[in-house]
Design a protein. Structure first.
Length: 225
């Protein structure tokens, strides 16, 4: 997926300038990476927060290839390198972008999703457990997948899928450890009884004390005779 994002250059940097940018309805950001002449730079820019959030909330999220259109020229293909959200309002506070060359391989992290229902769950009463929900891959910027699918239909109890067992894709290849487990089918964990109930059941029962019957005055008089 590719998206378009408009940006304007900022003349200055710093906390005060960033606050002014936010008050003006924009998000302060920085564009990193090599320019067309090969020089590396860090350019302060500002972008529309709603447009950026739409990209971040899309299927490809931060892996979305963005055509960054700079006012006054200097357009670039970029990816989101990092961003900060307000912990209360979840508004975007700051973002970092980096330029990518469309003919050079990059490394990105993509989510893992499962497809199907394991036989070990349907027939053997097991539970499908995620070990890793993301893997790292390398590919060209234009070939970044939204996710990688793992088919789990044939998994039986105590079986799983490792990185090396993923379906081969000519557009990208995994760089995560080939032996890294992604998902597996395990036995459900038994529910533990409350410790207090176990202790009470295990404790020996104390013998009942003999009942003491008090004698009446008539019985005491007969005993004296």
């Amino acid at each position: 997926m590719e998206a378009t994002l408009e940006a304007t250059r900022r003349d200055t940097i710093g906390k005060n300038e960033a606050r002014r940018t936010r008050r003006g309805g924009l998000v302060p950001a920085v564009l990193y990476g090599a320019t067309s002449d090969g020089a590396r730079s860090a350019t302060p820019i500002a972008v529309n927060p709603r447009a950026l959030l739409r990209i971040l909330h899309s299927e490809s999220g931060a892996n979305t290839l963005i055509s960054l259109q700079l006012a006054g020229g200097g357009d670039a293909r970029v990816l989101v390198k990092d961003y900060q959200l307000d912990p209360v309002t979840h508004a975007v506070l700051h973002a970092d972008f980096y330029r990518v060359a469309m003919d050079k391989v990059i490394q990105v992290t993509i989510p893992v999703i499962v497809k199907g229902e394991p036989k070990g769950v349907k027939q053997q009463g097991g539970v499908l457990e995620f070990i890793r929900r993301e893997i790292e891959i390398e590919c060209l910027p234009g070939d970044i997948p939204e996710n990688v699918e793992v088919n789990v239909d044939e998994l039986m109890l105590h079986q799983g899928v490792r990185v090396r067992e993923l379906a081969i894709n000519p557009k990208w290849k995994p760089v995560s450890d080939p032996d890294m487990m992604l998902v597996h089918v395990i036995m459900p964990k038994a529910e533990e009884a409350p410790a207090a109930a176990d202790a009470a059941a295990a404790a020996p029962t104390a013998p009942a004390e003999p009942e003491v019957i008090k004698k009446g005055k008539k019985e005491e008089a007969e005993d004296e005779k």
